[in-house]
Every structure is written in C-alpha cells, then in structure tokens.
Design a protein around this ligand. Structure first.
Ligand code: ADP
Length: 615
C-alpha cells in the first residue's frame, strides 16, 4: 500500500483519515426536483416507452418461476414429455423476449441520458461564454473543465440509477409480491418479514458512501487543478524557473494518495454492504424451506410451489435493497445537478440592455465622464476619470505600473462594467449599444497577444473568415510580419504552438496587429509592447503601429518616448486618477509630474521605457 502513495505520507493509514463531517447535504426541495424534471421533459415520450417496457419485462420475469411449479407438480410426476417440452420452450421464449426488450430499453436509456447531457453541455458552454472576465480569473482552472466534463457526464448515470432503477424495482416488487401473496399468503409474510433487516444497514452504508463520493469528487477536482496549473505552458515555466518541481510533486502526490484512499474506502464500503445483504438474502429461502417443508408435510402445499416460491422470492431482495439505496442515489444525483446549477445560477457578466441598439459609429470621440470602477468592493481602481479622446486622434496613457491604465482601456469594450459615470463613443453611451456592435468596432492589441493553437492563417482570420488571401497578405505586409511568415516552413499554414509559444513576443504582437488591421475597426486600443523587445522587433512594431493607428481613434498605453511624443494627447495616470493632461510640450511646460518623470527618463537616456518605469 505504501508503495502506491510514495511511502512517507503522514497519517497514511485508513483509520487515521479524518473527514469533515460538516458536509453540505444536497437540497432536495420541490423546486430543485422540478428544475431537474424540466431537463427530462423534452424526452417524456421515450421515458413513457421505457416505463412500458419495464412493466412488460417485470411481468415476463414472473413466468419462468411459475412455470417451474407446473414442471415439478405436473410434467414430471405425470411423466408428460410433451408438457415438459412445451413448458421449457415457453420459459425460454419469455427469456428471449425479455432480453430483446432489454436491448431496446438500453438504447432508449442511452438516448434519453445522452440527450440530456448534450442539452446541458451546450447550455453550460454558452453560459460560460457570457460569464464576466472576473469569473475566469477567480475560478480554479481545473474546475470549469470538471463541471463541463465529469459533472455533466455524471448526469447520464442519473437516469439509470434513479428513474430506471426506481420504476423497474417498483414494477418487479409489486408484481412479485402480489403473485407471492396469491400463491400462499403465509409463506409470503415470512419471506417479506425479513426485509426490514436490509433497511438499517442500507441506510447507514448509504450515508458513508455518499460522504466518500463527495470527498472523492472534491479531491479529483483539486488534482485536476494541480495538473492544469503546473502542466500548462505558463504554469510549467513558472514551476521550472522557481524550481518548484519537488514541492509541486509533493502536493500532487499527497492529493493523489488521498483520492486513491478515498476511492478504495468507497469501493470497500460497497463490498461490506454487499456481504451483509447476501447474508440476509440467503436467510429468506432457508426460512421458506423450513416453513414450506412443514406445510408440505401437512399436505397444504406442493413441492413445485416451494421451489417456485423460492425462485420468486429471489426476485424481491435485490430490488428491495436497491429501493432503500434509492435515496442515496437521488441525493447523489441531486448533488450533481446542484453543482451544475451553481454555475448556471451565476449571473452572466455583461449583457445587452433590453433596449440596446446596434450602432454604426460615424464619429468616434471617446468621452469618459466621472468614471469610477472597482474590481473589489473596498479598493477603488479608478476614481472620477474624465477625459475626451477626439475622433481620429491618438491618446497616450502613461504612468507607473498599477496606476490603472489597462483598466481604463478594458472599460471601453465593456470587458468590465463601470460602477458610476459614463463612457460615450460618438455621443452614444456604450451601454446603449449592443455588445456585438460595440466590440466589432474596436480593435484591441495587448502586450501579451494571445494566439490560439492553430495555423497563423486561422489566427489571422479569427475575427471573420471572409477576408481574402490578398487582404490577409496586405495586412501582414503592413504589420511587417509577412516576410517572417513566408520564411516559416508552411508559411501562413504554420501551426503556432500552444499559446503561440514558438513565436517571440514581438512576432506575436505583429501578428495580432495584422489581425486588427484585417478587422479594420474605427477605434483601436493598444498596449504598446515594453522595451523587452529586441531592437529589430521594436523597429517593426513602431512602423506597424504607425500604419495601424493612422486616421483611427486610438488609445495607447505608451511605454516609448517616440509614441508619447507622437500622441495628440497624453494622460498621466497615477493611483487610479488622471493627474495631468496635454500634449508633450504642454505637459513639459507645466513643470509637473510629467516633466519630473520625463527628465528622470532623459537622464537615464532610456528612450524606451518599460512597464516598471514611472512613465
Ligand atoms: P496598469 O495598467 O496601469 O499597470 P492596471 O489597470 O492593470 O494598471 O491595474 C490597476 C489596479 O487594479 C492595480 O492595483 C491592480 O492590482 C488592480 N487590478 C488589475 N486587474 C485586476 C483584476 N482582474 N482583479 C483585481 N484587481 C485588479
């Protein structure tokens, strides 16, 4: 055992495992059940058919035990071969028919549960697409994937474990008990009397299994999270650079061990349960032989009836056991739905106002008026920001790292919603425009340009695939990236690696400039690359930027003096507020913060300023 968990884990014995007893019980309310029921509703016809098949199967299942009685009491004593063959054939026939019905029912089961999974996955995907940016930075990476995949996929078992189990057990139980009572009510009472013996251990076991299952699920999610974080490109780099391999391995090993132990416990809990059940199951037939034998000796009953009775009795113990477990299965299923509903209940981020219009901007003056914004309640990121970026001009944002420059730019395409004040473009409040029309007219070039795992062509055409080859080449030439792409082994069809890691920062940014050029929006927001770029890249980016921003309304987070000097307006941002405003000369004349920062830069002869620099 210790080998499996890498040996030296503290407290590795099962007995020493401590579990949190304060586990939340699922909320099995009427509203909850109704909500779950709604997912089954579109498939009610198939469900009805399944129920009908179950009823027929349970009736067919009664036949072979009843036929045994006829074989033993009539065919055999009368030495009637014809009757014997007939009875055996009928018995065989019912088994075959029941088997065929079972196949049909399995198909319907799969169809219903997979359809529900299909519906839920689609709903979840579109819901997650509408979640705000904050959600993705707050949620653990592995969690979204777990909910999308294993949680929702778990739902397919729900139909089988609850609806089908319940109906099938109910039909089998009611038909069999009725037959038993009709055959001999005294024997029936004895056979059924031992049933309560099942219920107590089942209840206890159910609770233990439920807790273990929930803990296992949580541990699996934690495990996925570690894998996601450390075995993804950025996490991997971080882990390597900070030589955290061993520490990460330790945490992985511990969680891996915990989840393995939990799973063993869960399966063992089930085993004990089965053992106890089988003991009680064999108790029933013994009592029947004893009491049935007594009745036979007194001439009240035939041998065939005893054999048939025992065969029928074996049909009820399984379903009884499962019925008492049904509560656990329902709890488990509801918990699964609850986890999914938790996500569905999260408010989507930013959505269109009911009266939002698709607006085609003719002028693009961007006006911020007393804009306040906070990521967290008690920490204001922006306070009373007011400025105008005139149509067709370039506005540069400068200031120290953490001042709020990126935040200002993110508010324009409504990646975040302002708390108060207003932002207008061309006279229209951005909240009165549909998100689609707003965002389609804004181009965003970030420092860490994201390229997805695909070809350069696919990345370039992401905004719209209708651009021609000619347009694409033209845009890449303008972004000074065409020659570079042509030198790659497959040109435009070269696959860029996971997150475009095979390209340098400068190359990625130039591709993303080409992407925005292809989109040709009227408003451009750009986070200029920092001085970490090599000189050649920097030169090309500067030229590409010049073309990109020409005749456009642009807001640039500027790190370079050349960009700052070319700007029509400079806003100096500090601590979430604009503290100075003007062009380069005007600001120098003011002899204020900008002058101070500028002269410091000048002294250092650093014309290119990194994001850590004061400007
Ligand atoms: P700049 O672009 O000037 O470097 P930012 O706009 O990125 O500054 O950040 C402004 C402030 O908001 C900083 O204090 C930063 O820590 C905080 N901030 C930025 N992004 C987030 C976020 N997603 N969640 C919470 N706080 C954030």
């Amino acid at each position: 055992m210790s080998k499996m968990y890498g040996g030296g884990m503290p407290g590795a014995g099962f007995g020493r495992m401590k579990f949190d007893d304060g586990q939340q019980k699922p909320n099995i309310s009427k509203a909850m059940l109704l909500r779950i029921f709604n997912y089954f509703k579109p498939y009610w016809k198939q469900t009805m058919l399944v129920l009908f098949i179950l009823l027929v199967s349970s009736l067919l299942g009664l036949l072979p035990p009843i036929l045994i009685q006829r074989i033993v009491d009539h065919a055999l004593p009368d030495k009637n071969m014809k009757l014997l063959v007939e009875l055996v054939l009928i018995s065989l026939g019912t088994t075959v028919v029941a088997g065929l019905l079972g196949v049909w029912q399995s198909y319907l089961n799969s169809f219903i549960s997979q359809s529900i999974v299909y519906d839920m996955k689609n709903q979840m995907y579109t819901h997650l697409q509408r979640m705000p940016l904050q959600f993705f930075s707050a949620v653990k990476q592995g969690e979204v994937i777990t909910r999308m995949t294993s949680d929702i996929s778990g739902i397919q078992g729900v139909f089988n474990s609850t609806v089908i189990n319940f109906a099938s057990n109910l039909f089998v139980l009611s038909t069999t008990v009725a037959t038993l009572v009709i055959m001999n009510w005294k024997l029936a009472i004895i056979g059924i009397l031992i049933v309560p013996l099942f219920i107590i251990p089942t209840r206890k076991m159910g609770n233990v299994r439920w807790k273990l299952a929930k803990q296992t699920q949580e541990k699996m999610s934690e495990q996925n999270h570690i894998i996601q974080e450390t075995l993804s490109i950025s996490g991997y780099l971080l882990m390597k650079l900070f030589t955290r391999e061993e520490k990460e391995y330790d945490s992985f090993r511990i969680i891996n061990g915990e989840s393995a132990r939990l799973q063993i416990r869960e399966s063992m809990a089930g085993r004990w349960f089965m053992m106890i059940l089988s003991t009680f199951t064999s108790l029933g037939p013994m009592l029947i032989y004893l009491y049935g034998g007594y009745l036979f000796i007194h001439g009240e009953i035939t041998v065939g009836a005893i054999i048939s009775f025992v065969a029928l009795l074996s049909r009820i113990y399984g379903p009884f056991g499962q019925m008492t477990n049904l509560y656990v299965d329902i709890k488990r299923s509801v918990a699964l739905f609850e986890r999914i509903f938790d996500y569905f209940d999260m408010k989507p981020g930013i959505v269109n106002r009911p009266d939002a219009q698709a607006v085609e901007l003719t002028k693009q003056d961007i006006v911020f008026e007393d804009v306040c914004f906070a990521y967290q309640k008690d920490k204001q990121a922006l306070e009373d920001i007011s400025f105008t970026a005139a149509s067709g001009t370039m506005t540069a944002l400068v200031g120290p790292s953490g001042a709020g420059k990126t935040t200002i730019t993110n508010l324009i395409p409504r990646l975040y919603e302002i708390d108060s004040g207003s932002i207008r473009i061309g006279g229209t409040d951005i909240r009165d425009m549909t998100l689609e029309s707003l965002r389609s007219q804004i181009g965003l070039v970030t420092q860490d340009s994201y390229l997805f795992n695909g070809t350069i062509r696919e990345n370039l055409l992401y905004a719209g695939s209708e651009a021609s080859e000619e347009d694409m080449v033209k845009a890449c030439k303008a972004a000074y990236i065409h020659d570079f792409i042509m030198e790659l082994p497959d040109g435009y069809d070269t696959v860029v690696g996971n997150r475009g890691i095979k390209l340098s920062g400068g190359e990625k940014q130039r591709i993303s400039i080409a992407r925005v050029l292809l989109k040709n929006p009227s408003v451009i927001i750009m986070d200029e690359a920092t001085s970490s770029l090599d000189t050649a890249s920097e030169y090309y980016i500067q030229r590409a930027m010049h073309l990109l921003l020409q005749d456009k309304t642009s807001i640039v987070i500027a790190h370079r003096l050349s960009t700052i000097m070319a700007a029509d307006k400079i806003l100096v941002v500090k601590d979430g507020a604009i503290i100075e405003e003007g062009n380069h000369e005007e600001l120098l004349l003011k002899n204020g913060v900008y002058t101070d920062l500028h002269s410091k830069q000048f002294e250092r002869k650093a014309f290119s300023m990194d994001s850590q620099s004061p400007i």
